[in-house]
Design a protein around this ligand. Sequence first.
Ligand SMILES: C[S@@+](CC[C@H](N)C(=O)[O-])C[C@H]1O[C@@H](n2cnc3c(N)ncnc32)[C@H](O)[C@@H]1O
Length: 454
Amino acid sequence: MSPSCAVCEKAGDKMKLCGQCKDRCYCSPECQRLDWKTHKTWCQKNAGKIDQRVNQTLKVVGKGIDPAELFAEHPCCKYVAVIDGKGAGVIASDFIPAGEIIVRDQHILCITGDELGLSDIWSESNKPPAKFDRQHELIKEKFERLSESDQAKVLSLEDMQTNNKLTRAIVDRLFKEGAIKSSWEKLYTLTSVPSAHVSEVQDAGYKSPEGVFKTNSLPVGDSNSVGLFPLISRFNHSCCPNASYRWNHDVQSQVVQAMRDIQAGEEICVTYFHANFMTSDTRQKRTMMGWGFKCQCEACECPGLQEVRELVRSMDDGNMTDDDMTALIGAEKMALIEKSIATNERRQRLAALNTRLNTASSLRMVKQIVEEMEGLYCKEKILPHLLVESQIALDLIQAHVGFGGPEVAKWCQALYDKERLLEGETHPKTRKVKQWLSRTPSVMEVVNYANGNW
Ligand SMILES: C[S@@+](CC[C@H](N)C(=O)[O-])C[C@H]1O[C@@H](n2cnc3c(N)ncnc32)[C@H](O)[C@@H]1O
């Protein structure tokens, strides 16, 4: 759904905003002319003020950026508003096979460790306050040097650091009151607060290039730099993702790559951190602290769990049976709670098994652990996933080489198949594993490979 014309209410993607106040939308010059008589007085009175406010709030928010246009060259993706509360996201419009590179992206704003005097910008950038200040200045300077359209791209991205909660509250309120009619319009409004409400967000700070940078930046390969990638920043997080951010050495770009087959209509999600071994509470804390959101992915959804927990805690005299509990809260909610408990138990078990893997003292033990982990990953919808599969193949190669097992060749072949999909045929990693197909590697070779020294 697109925003509709203020006069005829026709919807469309190519709406034009009133050039003076930038507050009203029209489908054609005819409709704009028709509206002018009634709109004129308000527009003339407010346009100057609004422009001034807009400039003060850093041109607030990439007005005129249509995310669909940003993605137009990427036929796999169409950009749509997804679930409420997640902002926008990316939906596959076609079937995407595992391994396919969905989007390649170049950064439009980048800061380097050298500029900040840091040897590892990714892990150190939040530490010393002096460097933190320098970071603030650098982002501001670099942002001001961008073209107007790139500035708009930056400011159309999420800023969970500055004050998006307030923006969301305003947008939700307008949606409830009916002033925003469709979810597309809601999305559009989230990146382009109506001018009548600009002062509300301005007072509280709203978006800043720095906030956008901190919400969205990613490492630029292994170059000790961090960059802002306008397309890739549009992918939402999931604790059971179907895609992954990766740095592609061949094309020197950040890419999003499918980690399993993705069906048309599925949301394409990456993971923002390593969530496989965390319970939902830990994951929620992580997303809240890192990006200011409560994760709403499939693995985390359990509406009302918190409130039910509190209710049960307040009522439980120690004698409550499962049947009492179901009667109290209803079968549907009970099922959700059970689902949530089960998923947390599985993630905890996965974490414990992963630790045990490092100290397993026989091939049989490694195989048992890996098999159990595979079953748990499947139940958690983490498998199939190319990165997890290649890790499993690598663990099994290591165990077979170390304990003299009979299946080295089988697992080398499995790892080679995954690496080909992940990195391509000519990548040094893939070539290394290809050598192993004709001879058994040494333990040291496998260890080096696992440590990234290939
Ligand atoms: C890198 S941006 C992703 C694109 C963003 N939704 C947009 O509209 O541009 C990160 C922000 O998206 C939202 N988000 C991403 N994944 C989410 C999830 N699993 N649940 C809820 N919100 C999510 C949060 O607001 C988060 O700060």
